[in-house]
Ligand binder design. Structure first.
Ligand code: AMP
Ligand code: ZN
Length: 460
């Protein structure tokens, strides 16, 4: 069984061949830490967690390195810091915002059953690598200094007579069309409208570092160069997989490729470029700017993280997902059932019927359908398969207990009411026994009478 992955650059599914099977390397663009992450932001985190788990399964845990960065220098962070902590010096306020948001992000994605990446580099800890890349680009003639900025020139890249990739190849855009379509109000320091910022001067009070390329004033990096620097530091000049949401293909990933390939004279940055589709609400991308978002944090108040995870994986990662309440309710029912039948059995090897579709470009909907098929048969294989995909982190009792806790239902109280009902029934006070049954139903507790007595379960 071989792993096949869809590569955005070649626009086809290809067999995955790692550069070094003893050191399989993946980079995924992580969050900008200024606010709670929404459930759309959780999509790449969950999708690439499945891939990380699969790679560990195939190549061994010690042989996979997964890097997901934290962007902790950004205008949105500065704005938030100034707004939330007006009494503090900006740098201190920024540290508070990035620390709090970073911790919240970890709590959220831990609850979604995602393993921590091997390394989570922070942009502010890699300024040296960014400066080095920028220096190389200026020396190589791919970037220039203007009014204390450093700008990358895609036109210089495409004019270079070399084995470099073409600028625009990843996003399938032609540079000529980009030039023709460029807006007129281009910043005056740019030679060409398509040039993008590698480094810019900091405004007073903003975070700043000594600038590269002989610029006298202090400055800060552009967003794209951060990822080139962190990927280089932790994975090298050329690695296996680079991932993120589909909105990052252009300009972010196109620019990452340009920077890395030109700085290191490489034909490629990553061998496979993978992008997840959007999570949508009523046909529109969930996003902060549209205001149609719901945070992971809010959802976790109503749903266990694994329910959100299953709900995400029911759709293939490249297709859009419509996030609906109905689908969440179904996912919750499915997991309740799987916890009941599989959480406490000894896990067997994951079933081939589950692993094969996952190997085929992470076809999780097909894998989930196969798990429904295992439910009535090999529950050991079901347990093993669920664990491979990051489910069943709790015992069946913990799962039940947490659900009751979440609903505010106390098991002792339920048992007490059931005893009262049994007493009412034995004295033939059916009005009272019905009242208690309805009360339990209102608490979300379903009861079942049999000759051996009354059992109950929590039904959402
Ligand atoms: P951002 O905070 O917007 O930079 O996004 C962080 C990550 O979440 C990136 O990989 C984005 O592509 C991804 N992302 C943002 N919104 C959505 C969405 N609605 N659906 C899927 N992925 C998203
Ligand atoms: Zn990135």
């Amino acid at each position: 069984m071989e792993l096949r992955l869809y590569d955005t650059l070649s626009r086809e599914k290809r067999t995955f061949v790692p550069l070094d099977p003893k050191n399989v390397r993946m980079y995924v663009c992580g969050p900008t830490v200024y606010d709670f992450a929404h459930i759309g932001n959780a999509r790449p985190v969950i999708v690439f967690d499945v891939l990380f788990r699969l790679l560990r399964h195939l190549y061994g845990e010690a042989h996979v390195k997964y890097v997901r960065n934290i962007t902790d220098v950004d205008d949105k962070i500065n704005d938030r810091a100034a707004r939330d902590f007006p009494g503090l010096p900006l740098n201190e306020a920024i540290r508070k915002v990035t620390e709090q948001t970073g911790e919240q992000f970890h709590a959220d994605v831990d609850a979604l059953g995602c393993l921590r990446p091997s390394v989570e580099p922070r942009a502010t800890e890699h300024i040296g690598e960014m400066r080095e890349i920028i220096e190389r680009l200026v020396k190589g003639g791919f970037a220039y200094v203007a009014e204390d900025h450093v700008l990358f020139s895609p036109q210089a890249m495409n004019a270079a007579n070399s084995t470099l990739p073409r600028y625009g190849a990843l996003s399938k855009r032609s540079l000529d069309e980009m030039i023709a379509g460029a807006r007129v109000d281009v910043a005056p320091y740019k030679r060409d409208a398509t040039d993008f910022v590698l480094w810019k001067p900091s405004k007073p009070g903003e975070p700043s570092w000594p600038s590269p390329a002989g610029i006298a004033v202090e400055g800060r990096p552009g967003w794209h160069v951060e990822c080139s620097a962190m990927a280089w530091k932790h994975l090298g000049e050329h690695f296996d997989i680079h991932g993120g949401g589909i909105d990052l293909v252009f300009p972010h990933h196109e620019n990452e490729v340009a920077q890395t390939c030109c700085a290191f004279h490489r034909e490629r940055m990553a061998n496979y470029w993978m992008h997840n589709g959007f999570l949508q609400v009523e046909g529109e991308k969930m996003s902060k700017s549209l205001g149609n978002f719901i945070t992971i944090h809010e959802l976790l108040k109503d749903w266990p993280g694994e329910v959100l995870r299953l709900n995400m994986l029911k759709t293939h990662y490249r297709s859009p997902i419509d996030w609906t309440m109905k689908s969440l309710e179904e996912s919750a029912k499915t997991l309740d059932d799987w916890y009941r039948v599989a959480a406490d059995v000894a896990p067997g090897e994951p079933a081939a019927s589950v692993v094969e579709p996952v190997l085929d470009d992470l076809n999780t909907p097909l894998a989930i359908a196969a798990m429904h098929g295992l439910r009535g048969g090999d529950v050991g294989a079901l347990a093993g398969s669920l664990r491979l995909l990051g489910f069943l982190s709790e015992s069946a009792a913990q799962w039940e207990g947490r659900k009751q806790q979440a609903s505010g239902v106390d098991a002792k109280e339920v048992e007490g009411l059931i005893a009262e009902r049994t007493a009412a029934r034995s004295r033939k006070d059916f009005k009272e026994s019905d009242r208690i049954r309805d009360l339990l139903a209102a608490m979300g507790v379903a009861i079942k009478d049999s000759k051996d007595g009354t059992t109950w379960e929590f039904s959402r």
